[in-house]
Design a protein around this ligand. Sequence first.
Ligand code: SF4
Length: 363
Amino acid sequence: MSAAPIASFAQRLLTWFDQHGRHDLPWQHPRSAYRVWISEVMLQQTQVKTVIPYFEKFVARFPDVTTLANAALDDVLLHWAGLGYYARARNLHRAARQMLAQHGGDLPQDFKALLQLPGIGRSTSGAILAQAHGARHAILDGNVKRVLARHAAIGEWPGHPRASLQLWEISERLLPSQRLADYTQAIMDLGASVCTRHKPACARCPVSADCQAHIAQRVAEYPALKPKRDRPLKQASALLIENAAGEILLERRPPVGIWGGLWCPPLIEENGDAATVLRERYGLQLASQQALPTLRHAFTHFELQLQPLRIRLAGAIDTVREASNQRWVKLNDTPPALPTPIAKLFQQLKTSIHQPCLEPFTA
Ligand code: SF4
């Protein structure tokens, strides 16, 4: 590609952005490094329209690095509940603490220093510096990968290291020398609203004149799909243990692993059985169990089939006391941070579990 069309790629994109781009996103007003960071992390696996209300609530509660660093992780997770990919929230919290300890409670303005923080990769770091400080850094999020893979007709799956290297090189080469914040927003907007995954609107695309996929009329072939690999199905059971006060037992998940740091009914993974777990973990005796409809939840690397079991116990349950990682909660109270499938299950239980199909537990 010669120098002239490269310059014009940015120019055309910026002209299009002035007319058609998004200028009223909440993290653009004001556009501070902190707000851009939060929005970029939320947008990593989630669409803009879903992110907006979460972003507004999050920055209202945690308006700056210091407030976020000083907050309890539980509180941060509670404000994240429903967005999924909870490692992002845990990393935000850890990164804020690191910023407070090492950078005086501000985001560093240095690319390499940003990369040292949990959850901030090359694209997020570039997006923060370009959008908050107008620095000349490229980004390569999902939308940008798609635009560039089509524009340059990259035949390999963008996740492959070879293709990724090529895409980064193109993304850097196309950068303008001015208006970096607008350009970064513009290329993300183009991917989100014109060069969409399905049915891209090439007829109104500002860079169609030299888009290789469009010229070859092979847009549907780009970006190349990830080579197929079946996601394994894992099984787990959720034990719904209710006490005499009608409260359900929740436990905080370990910090690492699925739903790390969130609250769940006790989970039994794979082949464990309820009677053994109740006896060995809690000193409780199972009287009977009732299987409720199963739930499915897709994680990046596997699918989870969750079997909720309503547990009826024989004998007293005062061996389970509240501890820092165990809590009895009423379904009608505001729950702590729950994973989405568990929140849905609680919603269903609210309408069913208190109907008299289970007799009260023996106290
Ligand atoms: Fe995407 Fe079509 Fe524009 Fe090419 S011409 S960048 S395929 S919208």
